[in-house]
Design a protein around this ligand. Structure first.
Ligand code: 0YR
Ligand code: MG
Length: 371
């Protein structure tokens, strides 16, 4: 089996109710800049990253895939996922200028496409190729808790997710201009949902250590499952001091690019829940390394879903450190085999591949020109 052609694509999928916000970003679309890798036997593997759908930025990713990595992929056997990863990561000219950011995201999309191709050529869902057995992975829902939702809407949405859709865990965004308002929203939600539903909170890196100690400390009053990215993303020492000082567990990882970044945070006891993302790390290959590392330390892995859980469901089924996975529905209309949470648990996918194949309608309706 040999790689014959490397094509790129960009999808811009509308988000819920036309626009969502967290403490740092307001977005109207979720971006999926990606790659279609064609093999000589007719199979195509798909992989993509997750972005805020900014076209010039997404094009940097697809250009990097085409021009910097593409020539290195031709005529390789796509099943050699590890060997190709090593080659692209260690021996490509682009790595001289960037071991993180654009080149890393581009490599992630390629790695995912290679795994999709490998699973399709084995005629197996990815989770089985990774050695997994069918497993119930619980879904927690982030899509009722955006920072731009007025309080009543947040309460109504989260209540509906619990009472109608069967979720037992929801995440809400905090880190607004006034931390006292954040605590009021958390308290109101706890009162609405009662004591038996798990509530996660996400600051998206907005607080400094003083705010995180003061206001993060008070989250314990509402029995919060975790505080996510309380401080700026790379602050290992700050997260480590916070994690030792408050009783609410610390979760992070969606902004960490490499397995060695995770090693540094884990060694400093700077987090309790490990949140790698195949779209931010260089794909499934590096995600697996992080999951193994976390597992060796006894830490739970709850992936951040830049892929809208299409790939992460497979890795969560396969990896023993995973029992819970975020759910956001923004790509569910556009994937050939969308992930389906039902009554708060993901259904186990049975189709061959990594779950990353867009529908033909997706390219028509939400595809934008790569260059
Ligand atoms: C919107 N999930 C996150 C979205 C999400 C962000 O900017 O990208 O909230 O990545 O923090 O936990
Ligand atoms: Mg987050």
């Amino acid at each position: 089996m040999k790689i014959k052609k490397v094509d790129t694509f960009i999808l811009h999928a509308p988000v819920t109710r036309g626009g969502i916000a967290d403490s740092l970003h307001s977005i109207s679309h979720w971006g999926a800049p990606g790659v279609a890798i064609h093999a000589d036997n007719g199979l195509i593997g798909y992989g993509f990253s997750g972005t805020h759908a900014h076209l010039p930025t997404d094009r940097l990713i697809t250009d990097c895939i085409c021009d910097s990595y593409g020539p290195l992929l031709l005529d390789k056997d796509p099943r050699e996922t590890r060997g190709i990863w090593q080659l692209l990561h260690n021996n490509s000219p682009i790595m001289w200028v960037g071991r993180a950011s654009i080149p890393h995201l581009a490599l992630g999309a390629i790695d995912i496409a290679l795994w999709d191709l490998k699973a399709k050529s084995a005629d197996q869902p990815l989770w089985r190729l990774l050695g997994g057995s069918p497993k119930q992975v619980e879904a927690y829902n982030t899509d009722g808790g955006w920072l731009n939702w007025p309080l009543q809407q947040l309460l109504d949405d989260c209540k509906r997710l619990v009472e109608v859709n069967g979720y037992r865990a929801v995440k809400i965004k905090i880190g607004s201009d006034n931390p006292v308002d954040d605590l009021k929203r958390v308290e109101a939600l706890r009162n609405t949902l009662g004591p038996n539903i798990r509530i996660m909170t996400d600051v998206n890196g907005r607080w400094n250590l003083a705010q995180a100690l003061q206001y993060g400390g008070r989250l314990a009053d509402f029995d919060i499952t975790w505080i996510e990215e309380p401080l700026r993303f790379d602050d290992i020492d700050g997260h480590s001091r916070l994690a030792a000082s408050i009783s609410t567990p610390v979760a992070l990882g969606e902004q960490l690019y490499s397995a060695s970044d995770f090693r540094n945070f884990i060694q400093k006891h700077a987090l309790h829940y490990v949140q790698p993302d195949v779209c931010r790390l260089a794909g499934i290959t590096e995600w697996w390394q992080v999951a193994e590392l976390a597992h060796a330390y006894g830490l739970p892995v709850v992936s951040h879903v830049g892929d809208m859980a299409q790939v992460h469901l497979h890795t969560a089924i396969a990896h023993p450190a995973c029992s819970l996975l975020e759910y956001i529905p923004w790509l569910s209309n556009w994937m050939k085999y969308p992930v389906k949470p039902s009554d708060g648990y993901y259904e186990v996918p049975t189709e061959p591949g990594a779950g990353t194949e867009p529908t033909p309608e997706a390219f028509e309706a939400i595809g934008v020109k790569t260059r």
